[in-house]
Design a protein around this ligand. Structure first.
Ligand code: FMN
Length: 227
């Protein structure tokens, strides 16, 4: 197969500064909505990159389950490789690839655990089988056979056959608060459009505050990058 001959033009049209929202989360929501409307498979799938304490990056897909002005929330096993790496180094990157729209979004930020209450809210909304599967798997640990996994699932199913499935203590959510977000739109002749939002934190002293305590206000700088 001549993989070097596999190519296509990116013809969905350009990205113009005047059409970009001031706030990158608002811009992201707009693009996510378009990905959903275009019926892309798994529009909320994002690649999560983490880096181990000794500097080795790794990545895997997780699903975006909540988005607000604070950031991007996903859920996982707290004993997994990704959780271990985040505990050592909470600088992470997220990558959305909406290839059918010739788009990608790249986010850099910091991951923080969300509260048990917020996790529980999502856990209870999951189908029962997914709740049971969370209990059954020691994610990222070696397992001798699939049979063992299925046995464990059956045991858990029996154990929690009546009533609600409780939230496992080893399962939780993380919120990635963005520091930068890049929006990439493929262009004809590989002249792509890239716009980078970078967070500028301005310390402000509220004049109304008599103690002169400073408050943080997030501002976003927007610049075009060469493709
Ligand atoms: C489409 C898709 C969605 C996934 N969603 C999640 C998810 O939301 N949470 C999760 O922990 N793993 C999810 N996974 C599995 C992860 O990619 C990964 O295998 C797992 O989390 C273990 O990663 P780790 O060993 O690097 O921690 C998903 C995989 C795919 C392909």
């Amino acid at each position: 197969m001549d993989i070097d001959q596999l190519r296509r033009e990116y013809l969905h049209g350009g990205l113009h500064r005047k059409n970009l929202r001031d706030n990158p989360i608002d811009q992201f929501e707009h693009w996510l909505q378009q990905a959903v409307d275009a019926k892309l498979p798994d529009p909320t799938a994002m690649n999560l990159a983490t880096v181990s304490a000794d500097g080795q990056p790794s990545q895997r897909i997780v699903l975006l389950k909540k988005l607000d002005q604070q950031g991007f929330v996903f859920f996982t096993n707290l004993g997994s490789t990704k959780a271990q790496q985040i505990s050592e180094n909470n600088h992470v990157s997220l990558h959305f690839a909406w290839l059918e729209l010739d788009r990608q979004v790249i986010i850099s930020g910091e991951a923080e655990r969300i509260s048990t209450a917020e996790t529980l809210g999502y856990f209870l909304s999951r189908p029962k089988e997914s709740q049971l599967a969370a209990w059954a798997s020691r994610q990222s640990h070696p397992i001798s056979s699939r049979v063992l996994l299925e046995q464990k699932f059956a045991e858990i199913k029996h154990k929690f056959s009546k009533g609600e499935v409780p939230l496992p203590s080893f399962w939780g959510g993380y919120r990635v608060t963005p520091k930068s977000m890049e929006f990439w739109q493929g262009g004809a002749y590989r002249l792509h459009d890239r716009f980078l939002y970078s967070q500028q934190t301005a310390s402000q002293t509220e004049s109304s505050n008599k103690q002169g305590a400073s408050t943080e206000k997030t501002q976003w700088q927007l610049e075009r990058l060469a493709p």
